[in-house]
Design a protein around this ligand. Structure first.
Ligand SMILES: *[C@@H]1O[C@H](CO)[C@@H](O)[C@H](O)[C@H]1NC(C)=O
Ligand SMILES: *[C@@H]1O[C@H](CO)[C@@H](O)[C@H](O)[C@H]1NC(C)=O
Ligand SMILES: *[C@@H]1O[C@H](CO)[C@@H](O)[C@H](O)[C@H]1NC(C)=O
Ligand SMILES: *[C@@H]1O[C@H](CO)[C@@H](O)[C@H](O)[C@H]1NC(C)=O
Ligand SMILES: *[C@@H]1O[C@H](CO)[C@@H](O)[C@H](O)[C@H]1NC(C)=O
Ligand SMILES: *[C@@H]1O[C@H](CO)[C@@H](O)[C@H](O)[C@H]1NC(C)=O
Ligand SMILES: *[C@@H]1O[C@H](CO)[C@@H](O)[C@H](O)[C@H]1NC(C)=O
Ligand SMILES: *[C@@H]1O[C@H](CO)[C@@H](O)[C@H](O)[C@H]1NC(C)=O
Ligand SMILES: *[C@@H]1O[C@H](CO)[C@@H](O)[C@H](O)[C@H]1NC(C)=O
Ligand SMILES: *[C@@H]1O[C@H](CO)[C@@H](O)[C@H](O)[C@H]1NC(C)=O
Length: 768
């Protein structure tokens, strides 16, 4: 009986040394995972006595399937179930029951068995961690494939990933890991044998020995028990060694040939196992040379009866390209032809890709769990290989590892608190959590993160206040911070001390929204949003900070100075090309700052009462941000050219929509109107209660309620009345005479009642 099939395998370089023999299998060193097996179940495979467990603890994705009934009956039990991965490009097991720095034989097995009823053989790639392992290909639905690798994990887990190449849905049937005697099996992996059976209980490494045969050969055999065999450190089991191949033609050589798929040079390692099975007579000798690709490997070998000899590549690998050829050639003096009992062939794979540092992996894995980021296909190593790195993660290499430098979870539907694990990403430079539903406070660790340069928390539901440390970093220019559109977040430094105070004092400010719907089929839908603000308190004066405001539009505007030169404004507006509107203060032009649309309001000089005041007030206004207030992005203050740059509101002002002045196509429905009323009310509420000192709008009217592309309303022109003469056609009369922009500390303000009445159809709006 003869055997050999050549596996494309890999091995690590290493030096063999010799350890005490291990007898029998010690299953405590085996990890045997039946992929797709229902959670918590396990069983003992009859043919090997090995216990298999479910894969449920090692993977979150994929679906359990079973092979066809015929394949179920004709294969081992571990091929019955499999896990299939219809979704995502890369799906990974994270096997966390490994010991680092220990040499493992890792085997993955695949039996298609027409599990999906499509009868179409898939083809896909498998990766070990960040390293390409092999391409899984099938020739027959009922034939299983094994891929084996010898690997010494550097961490206490490994990833095994299936990668969809667009040629069928990846799946996997079995994952097995065997601890190899780390000194003995230094650089090799089993692949071939001369035996009939595949696996043997007395193989301490649970190698799979494939039968191999050539018609030019004849078989030698001798019944051997383990006790009869004089072992060496490779411990090929007796059942493997008790058969051997020898050429029929006594003078011929014994040959193995194989193709090497690609053109590159591979490092090959060979382990040829021999044991003499015949009692040689006095006049008989068996001695032979070995050549690899016609180069003599080592000189004549003489075997001893029932004693295992392994001819191996101790001195280093053979570098082969295109083809491999092993030849055992009888020496002149030998009376008998060469024999061979078993053979292992390996080639080395380059596993030098960098992996992500463990702390970063752990942190980001916890974040994934906390946020249930399943939809993102976050699988395997976060940073590598680059083609499959996690969406929203950017990395750089430091000290031989990849480190996460940027995490973008913008618009990911996140809820709950900002997780503490982010603090463990110590190389993080950029963190974008904008456009989610995050709630709770802004955690203090964010200010401690040394590398953090960009932090975007805009458009969440965060509450509390921003720590002084963060604001300090921001004003020092170390951090670009965006916190806009968090309705419950107090944005200014003053609230750190005074939020509670202010809130309490303002508790008597009430918001009442009365909605009434008149008529079922009707023409008339009236929303009355009644907002009553009572501000009776005296406020302590607070310093006005000249800090740069953070744009709600992201980083692009962030790095810019807030003050723009007139030249820049000219460029921005394309020489005041497009007029958006006209107001009492001046004309409003359309413009762009780095692809972002803006509205530039140029003020007539006469409306500005004083530069110093202007600058102070503008700086204050740039710190006010709320999702229902138009953001002031910057300003221009150059001699007579004074301008304010606002975010652009795509759908103009409410007045146009209600009056039909601009022939806007879209007529507002009930829902829009209610929302607009609430938006406006919330903007006002924020000006009054969320800002310190409070800001009184003084000029609430439909033309100052602007609509964005989604018809969300934002108030415009708030707070300008202090420095600027009032707009001419003011609907709401100012109760306070003089300069009531934001509330003067000494000022005792009366009640302002605002009613917005939105009437379906073309009709007028605000009246007080
Ligand atoms: C196998 O399942 C049994 C119960 O069915 C359980 O007691 C045992 O702990 C399981 N063994 C393993 C290794 O999971
Ligand atoms: C695959 O994605 C679809 C749609 O997103 C989902 O319904 C299905 O449950 C997913 N399947 C798995 C195995 O995750
Ligand atoms: C697949 O293998 C089975 C069993 O080895 C065999 O009966 C069948 O004919 C093969 N099918 C094809 C398409 O080769
Ligand atoms: C081999 O493994 C043992 C424990 O499994 C460990 O103590 C020893 O250091 C390892 N030897 C080498 C050379 O890695
Ligand atoms: C046996 O092998 C030798 C050397 O390869 C060859 O010359 C001879 O023809 C072979 N004999 C037969 C019967 O094939
Ligand atoms: C070897 O010796 C045996 C007897 O011991 C004899 O029968 C045989 O012919 C000899 N063979 C050769 C090749 O000399
Ligand atoms: C076998 O190897 C020895 C030593 O390297 C050499 O002298 C001899 O010629 C070789 N024999 C054959 C048949 O290649
Ligand atoms: C985060 O991703 C979103 C798109 O999902 C993108 O608009 C935004 O600019 C990204 N943020 C950063 C800081 O790159
Ligand atoms: C926002 O948070 C507040 C508590 O701070 C909560 O009452 C409210 O429901 C949250 N809103 C959303 C949309 O989650
Ligand atoms: C606000 O006041 C409440 C009790 O009135 C207190 O528990 C809380 O810690 C205070 N928060 C701040 C930020 O001072």
């Amino acid at each position: 009986m003869m055997a050999n099939s050549l596996y494309s395998l890999f091995l690590l370089l290493g030096i063999l040394s010799f350890l005490a023999p291990v007898l029998g299998q010690d299953q405590s060193e085996f990890t045997s995972i039946d992929c797709g097996l229902p959670e918590n179940s396990n069983y003992t495979e009859k043919s090997t006595g090995i216990n298999y467990i479910s894969d449920a603890n090692f993977i979150d994705s994929g679906v359990s399937k079973t092979v066809s009934p015929q394949d179920k009956t004709t294969h081992q039990q571990y091929f019955t179930y499999l896990r299939s991965f219809p979704n995502g490009t890369r799906n990974c097991y994270r096997i966390n029951v490994v010991t680092s720095a220990t040499r493992y034989l890792i085997r993955t097995s695949f039996l298609y068995g027409n599990y999906d009823g499509l009868n179409k053989l898939p083809q896909f790639d498998i990766y070990l961690g960040v390293h390409f392992w092999d391409t899984v290909k099938f020739t027959n639905s009922s034939l299983s494939k094994n891929y084996e690798i010898i690997h010494t994990p550097s961490l206490d887990y490994i990833h095994i990933c299936m990668v969809n190449k667009g040629t069928g849905t990846p799946f996997i049937s079995v994952i097995e890991m065997r601890i190899l005697n780390n000194a003995t099996y230094t650089t090799k992996k089993p692949s071939t044998s001369l035996a009939l059976f595949r696996r043997y209980k007395d193989d301490p490494y649970d190698r799979i020995w494939e039968p191999y045969w050539d018609n030019k050969w004849t078989q030698l055999s001798s019944r051997l028990g383990n006790d009869d065999l004089i072992q060496n450190d490779f411990k090929p089991p007796a059942v493997v060694m008790e058969t051997a191949a020898t050429p029929r033609n006594v003078t011929a050589s014994l040959d193995f040939n194989w193709e090497i798929d690609d053109e590159t040079e591979h490092q090959y390692y060979f382990y040829l196992h021999f044991a003499e099975l015949q009692k040689l007579g006095a006049n008989q000798t068996r001695s032979f040379n070995t050549t690899i690709n016609d180069v003599t490997w080592n000189a004549a070998l003489q075997l001893k009866y029932h004693k295992v000899h392994t001819r191996n590549t101790l001195t280093g690998p053979w570098l082969l390209t295109k083809r491999g050829h092993i030849s055992l050639i009888r020496t002149q003096s030998s009376t008998l032809p060469p024999i061979i009992n078993a053979l292992e062939i390996y080639f080395a794979k380059d596993f030098s890709e960098l992996e992500t540092q463990k702390n970063d992996v752990d942190a980001v894995t916890n974040i994934k769990r906390a946020y249930r980021m399943d939809s993102r296909n976050w699988e395997g190593d976060p940073c590598a290989p680059i083609a499959y790195k996690w969406q929203g993660v950017e990395c750089s290499s430091f000290d031989g590892f990849l480190r996460i430098t940027s995490l973008n979870l913008s618009s990911s539907g996140l809820t709950g608190h900002i997780p503490a694990d982010i603090s463990k990403l110590t190389m993080l430079k950029s963190l974008d959590l904008s456009d989610n539903g995050l709630s709770g406070n802004i955690p203090s660790f964010l200010a401690q993160m040394q590398s953090l340069e960009y932090l975007n928390l805009a458009n969440n539901n965060l509450s509390g206040s921003i720590s002084n440390e963060l604001l300090q970093k921001q004003s020092d220019g170390q951090l670009s911070l965006s916190v806009g559109q968090n309705p419950n977040l107090c944005a200014s430094t003053s609230c750190n001390q005074q939020t509670n105070d202010t809130r309490k004092k303002n508790n008597n400010a009430t918001i009442t929204v009365v909605a009434s719907i008149a008529g079922i089929l009707l023409l008339l839908v009236i929303v009355e949003a009644v907002i009553i603000f009572r501000l009776k308190k005296q406020y302590a004066s607070t310093t006005i900070f000249g800090k740069r405001r953070n744009s709600m539009k992201g980083s692009q505007l962030e790095s810019k100075q807030r003050q723009y030169s007139f030249n820049e404004v000219v460029k921005m507006t394309n020489n005041f090309d497009k007029i958006l509107g006209r107001g009492g203060f001046g004309k409003v032009y359309h413009g762009f700052i780095e692809d972002i649309q803006v509205a530039v309001k140029m003020l007539s000089l006469s409306s500005v009462q004083g530069y110093q005041q202007f600058v102070a007030e503008v700086k204050l206004l740039m710190r006010v941000y709320h999702r229902n207030l138009t953001s002031l992005i910057g300003y221009c203050n150059e001699k007579t050219n004074i301008g304010l740059i606002y975010e652009y509101m795509a759908n103009g002002n409410l007045d146009e929509h209600l009056s039909g002045k601009n022939d806007k196509e879209k007529s507002l429905n009930w829902e829009d109107r209610l929302r607009i009323a609430l938006d406006a009310a919330q903007g006002l509420e924020y000006l009054h209660n969320g800002c310190k000192p409070p800001i009184i709008h003084r000029d609430v009217k439909c033309s100052n309620i602007l609509l964005n592309e989604k018809f969300h309303a934002k108030l415009a022109d708030f707070g300008l009345s202090k420095c600027f003469a009032a707009d001419s056609d003011t609907h709401v009369s100012t109760i306070v005479a003089g300069t009531p922009g934001y509330l003067d500390p000494e000022y005792v303000f009366n009640t302002l009642i605002l009613i917005i009445r939105l009437i379906n159809g073309r009709n007028s709006c605000a009246d007080t």
